[in-house]
Design a protein around this ligand. Sequence first.
Ligand code: AMP
Ligand code: MG
Length: 316
Amino acid sequence: MKCVGIESTAHTFSCSVVDDEGEILSEVREMYKTKDWGIVPNKCAEFLKEVKERIIYEAIKDFKKIDLVAFSQGPGMPLSLWVGLHAARELAEKYKVPLIGVNHLISHLEIGKMLCKAKDPIYILATGANTQIIGYEGGKYRIFGECLTIGLGNALDKFGRELGIGFPAGPKIETLAKKGSYVELPYVVKGMDVEFSGIITKAIQLYKKGTKKEDLCYSLQETVFAMLTEVAERALAHTEKKELLLIGGVAANKRLISMLEVMCKERKCKFEVVPMKWSGDQAAMIAWNGILDFKKEERGLDLKKLEIMPRWRVDD
Ligand code: AMP
Ligand code: MG
């Protein structure tokens, strides 16, 4: 069985073909980037519309037979989600195959689990818009802790906008941090939840008062990654799970990885990072999740009543 996946929840349009053994047969993607701004939603959607046809063509041109189409139904930015929905519906109509709408965040988890051969991990999902500590318990995904206001990636990008280093800011902050030393920033863990927006406000204030950007990048990383490490450790202790899996665009960060490595080593817990190519947004995860969901339900959506689900949670 071959499934075509379509990803279009935020900045990336991607199309991929995956089979039911988890073989990624093709994957093509393009990401909206800016030099000095963050994502402007309507400009981003225009970009996705412009590139979608070429990306889909590139990804599926070598396949004569397709059995299923899956798309990211949510959560995400409404304007971006619509672009994906329309593209997926067109494909399902053209190939006369069922269409499945999958949860973008669960897709991140499922491809991570498949590629890392994990059995029953605690997941740290650290993407642009989402930061969640998740585990599978009692037949469903449960969120043990999450960001209360903005996601970790978005928080870094927000600070990056202030520095004028463009989007995505995470990699540049990581580079600048290498030359920085520590200045105190608020550390905000509330129970199992984390809060980043006050820390960013404080960092921006200090930047405006003349604190060096290298020092702020370093301190920001030390603070927010320590917060994440703390709640991940508590989730491991609470569930007695012995595996930790790190996923999402922020999983590219070497400092975050090294902090989690130390914590897991001390707890004698297995630690895996999803390979970078499959950690950020792409459609292979959507196609794979489509196959998993279809095998449970064996039916597609009604093409006449398609909806996007911008706020669809992992635990719904
Ligand atoms: P995603 O939403 O999963 O595609 O992840 C995108 C987010 O990951 C953006 O907010 C980026 O700034 C962030 N990101 C990418 N690379 C890094 C890095 N090396 N360190 C920290 N954040 C990063
Ligand atoms: Mg994502």
